[in-house]
Design a protein around this ligand. Sequence first.
Ligand code: M6R
Length: 602
Amino acid sequence: MCGIVGYIGKKEKKKLILEGLGELEYRGYDSAGIAVMKDGKIDAFKATGKLSNLKEKTKNFTSNGEGIAIGHTRWATHGKPTEINAHPHFGKHSYIVHNGIIENYREIKEMLTKKGVVFLSQTDTEVVVYLFEHNLENSKNAFEAFEKTVISLKGAYAILLITTIEPNSIFFAKNAAPLIIGKNSDEVFFGSSDAPLIGHVKEVCYLEDGQYGILDKNEIKLYLNAKKVLPIFKDLPQDRSFAQKEGFRFFMEKEIYEQSSVLGETLMGRIKDNEISLEEIDEHLLDGINAVKICACGTSYHAGLTAGYLFERFAKIRTDVVIASEFRYKDPLLTKDTLFIVISQSGETADTLEALKIAKNAGLKTLAICNVDNSSIVRLADTTILTRAGIEKGVASTKAFATQVATLWLLSIFIAQKRKTADKKSLKLEIDTLLKIPTSLHVDNAVHEKIKRLSKRYLHGHGFFFIGRDIFYPLALEGALKLKEISYLHAEGYPAGEMKHGPIALVDSKLFTVALLPKTMLYDKTKSNIEELSARDATILVISPEQFELADDFIKTKNSSHAMNEFFEMMIILQLLALEIAVRLGNDVDMPRNLAKSVTVE
Ligand code: M6R
């Protein structure tokens, strides 16, 4: 998804901005650009493809000394990923970078076209810079023109605008897309996330929706609804260790291996005296609650589906799980006895954020399960449980999923405790198993080596089925999503019992089936479903603690008495399988095509 970096100060601006954009690279983008203003003159460069192309274009450009710079990585929404559509967009005197979507851009474009403006790009962003310059004609000053512009915009935006009319300042605005200001005594930074600011500033101000303003080296003028407000600065954690791959080939691989230790973080301090203790939850949160609705997208949705089984089975609470983009427009019936839970790694996913707003407006109690503190979702939800996965750089989510499932499992036990729906013995069993989960998430080198070897047999064929039952069904969905995201092979997840209702028609020897066959859950039923596929000559990879004679390939898991142990062990196998197939296909595992780490547009 798009990324923004901005700077005012004396340092080499080109270098700073390119480094900052590099920190945002993992979010996914297809073009990039930079504009530097010095002594009232603006130089701008854009390039499609990777940042290295922009670096090459700017290699002879230097930008030392007092000045201003803005930079952007674009993930195409309106118009193709061409150089013309890349940001910054410009008018006569001004340049702009923007994340988000301007919903009323067509009306604005029509109005400006009638006044003689000729647009170069197909983007929604270009209208903003021209609208600003149009407003300049009948405003007292540039700030008034900017304010009028921001007021006319509908949609989601994080905007930085520079203009030769006001050569020492950056204009900024934020609504439903993240924007952060960092400040030192003689320089100012902007970022669309923390990452580009770490190491440069110690304190940051996370702008709120609707805020806009103007800032120079000495002063931040911040407004909300035309009233001046005080910027609130917070400490910025300075941990940069996430940036290194620590000997692994890819961030995704490192993150798979990290799952054991981050799960330890997820649980830390949350199990006391054989009870789940979630200090972030108000003791009255569950008062009057008879149902749960979970909303999320992608991998987070799969974690939500898993929670659906855990909540109903263990906490005995009616649970409904909905994809956020579907929830938004279905005119959902919401009742105040429902606890509304959103799950998001980034905390910035537009659909999930909007679903949360709908629930809040309907007066529901809201709870976020999120990995990024201070993200938009965290700031909006009544209560948050942080998953503590650390920064996840691989676009294909791995450790975020593991920590989401563990957090939701914790929560299911917590709800069971509060609602007294489980006896002491079963509560103790859950907690004891939970405590051992970090150990069972160690990657077994022998298994990884086996998957590396196996992967060469799964590169061709016309598709993959991932099948499982109960909580292994959402895990099958997640396995299929991982594979398609990074290998670009067609893969679908199905409940194993659903095959005969249609999908089995696709089965032949070139259809690969990855079957999750846990011993602790519906073993015989799932086995019969696999046999049905084997009878139709499917090529089958079985993952199970029990040898399965009809399997073409087999990965043995440990014997365990608890389904969640089997769940997490199989999760790692699916992640490694996707990784190794993608590696063999020569794909960019950390930055797969067409994908963005944080989906801040609808
Ligand atoms: O940041 P979120 O968890 O809200 O993101 C939701 C999805 O966009 C995300 O899980 C996506 O499916 C990942 N690429 C999965 O690997």
